[in-house]
Design a protein around this ligand. Structure first.
Ligand code: A3P
Length: 315
């Protein structure tokens, strides 16, 4: 039986074989599609969500470059949006038994691949999705509706070190370790998962300047430094600000503590399984300094600092 799924699989196969490819960081190759690098496993989900996802005005979309704090942002978003039904202090809060990635799906992964299409019609009025797609590749309906977009960015040096560790954790043992220098060269060439890193950041930054009511651009470092302030900002941006009563009752602090690195990392659910575990490493700002040589610092600064600064962006 010939299905739409088969057609899409064939289309992806044809598409992928026409794209430039490079050795990836983990196992598979990365393929360059409309300027960005992806593993072959992502294409079905990517095309499918571009074609079929219908955003609603009430949706919330979280966008990140990999390793910039996606897991944390997902946890915070889930806890904020559902706080009336699931108070952050309750003993059986879903975040205590589910990895945040299970609660907030990636549009291009879970939602439109592996027949895991969620029943999108029956979802509650506020739906939260995440994506690693750059603004250029987002499903059109995200741009055309009033749904709210949050982009979480991170200092490229920390994001790179985080990605390097992550790739090494997930690499099959028999393929050996990916050396730091090799990873660095790939990253600087733009060949990283969803790379080039800087294009991903800059297009969202510009989008946020252009549409400040629609796109909130946040940095991991800001969130670490002033978590309370930014948590309140997020809730306000999503149209569910904390009431005075909630603030007085410590709900903001409770959410932060539920979603804190130490709390999440030590949960049973996040200790089992290589993948769940791999989302929690150090959770700090500035760990790059333990790895970068002077030469690497100069090369990175040359590549990023000016590019970002020209656009008014600084880490
Ligand atoms: P490090 O490798 O620098 O520790 P992502 O979720 O986008 O994959 O990003 C992973 C990075 O976020 C890792 O950074 C991870 O440790 C950190 N992280 C995960 N959960 C966090 C949390 N609750 N608070 C702060 N950082 C967190």
């Amino acid at each position: 039986k010939h299905s739409q799924q088969d057609d899409l699989t064939q289309e992806c196969h044809d598409l992928i074989s026409s794209l430039a490819k490079e050795q990836g960081w983990i196992l598979s190759h990365l393929y360059q599609y409309q300027g960005f690098w992806y593993p072959n496993t992502l294409f079905e989900g990517l095309l499918s969500c571009q074609r079929h996802f219908k955003a609603r005005d009430t949706d919330i979309i979280l966008i990140t470059n990999p390793k910039c704090g996606t897991t944390w942002l997902k946890a915070l978003a889930y806890a904020i949006v559902n706080r009336k039904i699931n108070p952050p202090k309750e003993d059986n809060h879903p975040l205590l038994t589910n990895n945040p990635h299970e609660l907030i799906p990636f549009l291009e992964r879970k939602v439109y691949v592996d027949h895991q299409v969620l029943d999108l019609t029956e979802s509650p009025s506020t739906r939260v999705f995440s994506t690693h797609l750059p603004v250029e590749l987002l499903p059109l309906s995200i741009k055309e509706t009033k749904c709210k977009v949050v982009y979480l960015a991170r200092d490229p040096k920390d994001a790179f070190i985080s990605l390097w560790h992550f790739a090494n954790k997930l690499r099959p043992q028999n393929s050996g370790k990916l050396q730091l220098e090799e990873a660095f060269d790939k990253f600087c060439k733009g060949v990283s998962f969803c790379g080039p890193f800087w294009d991903h950041v800059l297009s969202s930054w510009k989008y946020s300047l252009d549409k400040p009511n629609k796109v909130l651009f946040l940095k991991y470092e800001e969130l670490k430094e002033k978590p309370k302030l930014y948590l309140k900002k997020l809730a306000e941006f999503w149209g569910c600000p904390f009431s005075l009563e909630e603030e007085n009752n410590g709900v903001v602090e409770e959410i932060l503590s539920l979603c804190s690195f130490d709390n999440m990392r030590n949960l049973e659910v996040n200790k089992v399984g290589e993948l769940n575990k791999s989302f929690f490493r150090k959770g700090e700002v500035g760990d790059w300094a333990n790895y970068f040589s002077q030469e690497m610092i100069e090369k990175f600064d040359e590549m990023f600092f000016d590019k970002f600064l020209q656009c008014g962006l600084k880490f």
